[in-house]
Design a protein around this ligand. Structure first.
Ligand code: AHM
Ligand code: MG
Length: 333
């Protein structure tokens, strides 16, 4: 077995990368290092599963009223412990907790995360992941308030995910393209495997939970029906479908080989804009996708432009290859 000692490791990357021509601030390097080290630990825990009693429900609910798995709670606690002593961090917010947690109180950065995305896949040994987003606190000296987090996706200074699959792989953007690292499980280091990740504009692959078809709005139904019609239909090509039910794994596929991912509004809960969370899932994934040359919308607006009004707000999500996202926006117009 050849271990990739020639790859740039994450520490070297942080020390040498110059997104938009500027070195990464030391405080941001510290915070990213803390997040990434925690994900390395989490990858190890996830891989142990039943061997250390980590599978199954915790018997509790989160702020969204969803049943929590044991690993949801473990991941949340690990991430808080892993970053709480980081001096550049002012506070954090998690999909699993109702309120933000102040940390140092006077740091520059705010961290948001979905500690373990794709919870329904934990017990069946299918890829899951951690999604994170970093914002710059507008008034570093002022006491932390929930409203500090309510910034549009355009304010993100970094975002990424770590997918715990056959390999543990991270995608990261600092606002100047997307890079990917894979964890060397022997040394515990994340090693650079791809820079300048790009999403092809054109694709023949879509991802959506088809079991909800009868509940969708007309534009999404029309789009999917046209994909299903194949070469004889309006799109004049045969489409393939994939649905992993872990956003992090579905988006990883889109970043790796193109495609369009959708979790749209549906009429079962007409007053809810969608299932996925703007701050913990949609914004960081939209930042990555835009930085890789793709696009991301709620059907009408670009997700990155949405002004959040609630930490836990939900949003309809359509993201990936630009041609498909543009077509879906056109159908919604
Ligand atoms: P989670 O954060 O509680 O795991 O929920 C989000 C997940 C996404 O990862 C995925 O795209 C979606 O829920 C799957 O939903 P469904 O089971 O309706 O297909
Ligand atoms: Mg999630």
């Amino acid at each position: 077995m050849v271990l990739s000692s020639t790859h740039t490791n994450f520490k070297q990357y942080l020390a040498t990368a110059k997104p938009k021509g500027v070195a990464i601030p030391a405080g941001l390097q510290d915070l990213l290092t803390a997040v990434v080290n925690t994900c390395s630990t989490l990858s190890h825990e996830v891989a142990q599963g039943a061997l250390i009693g980590l599978l199954g429900s915790a018997g509790t609910g989160n702020v969204q009223g969803e049943v929590q798995q044991k690993l949801d709670i473990i991941a949340n606690d690990l991430l808080i412990d892993g970053v709480k002593n980081c001096k550049s961090l002012a506070g954090l917010a998690s999909e699993e907790m109702e309120l933000p947690v102040p940390v140092q109180g006077t740091g520059d950065y705010l961290l948001l995360f979905d500690p373990l995305d794709g919870s329904s896949n934990i017990d069946v040994n299918v890829s899951i992941g951690t999604i994170f987003s970093i914002l710059k606190k507008q008034e570093p000296q002022a006491p932390l308030q929930t409203s500090d987090f309510l910034l549009s996706g355009r304010h993100q200074v970094a975002a990424g995910y770590v997918v715990y699959g056959p390999q543990t792989t991270m995608a990261l953007t600092l606002g100047d393209g997307v890079v990917m690292f894979t964890l060397n499980k022997v040394t515990g280091e994340f090693l650079l495997i791809k820079d300048a990740v790009t999403i092809a504009h054109s694709t023949k692959e879509f991802a959506i939970n088809m079991s909800n078809m009868r509940h969708w709005a007309d534009p999404v139904r029309r789009y999917v029906e046209e994909c299903l019609a194949g070469v004889g239909g309006a799109r004049e090509k045969d489409f393939n479908m994939r649905w992993i039910a872990s956003m992090v794994a579905d988006v990883h596929r889109v970043l790796s080989r193109g495609g369009v991912f959708m979790y749209p509004w549906d009429k079962r809960e007409p007053n809810k804009p969608g299932k996925l969370r703007l701050m913990y899932e949609a914004n960081p994934m939209s930042f990555l996708v835009e930085q890789a040359g793709g696009a991301s919308t709620n059907g009408k607006d670009l997700i990155m432009d949405l002004q959040p009004t609630d930490l836990h707000e939900r949003v309809s999500v359509i993201l990936g290859s630009k041609e498909e996202v543009d077509l879906l926006r056109h159908y919604h117009a």
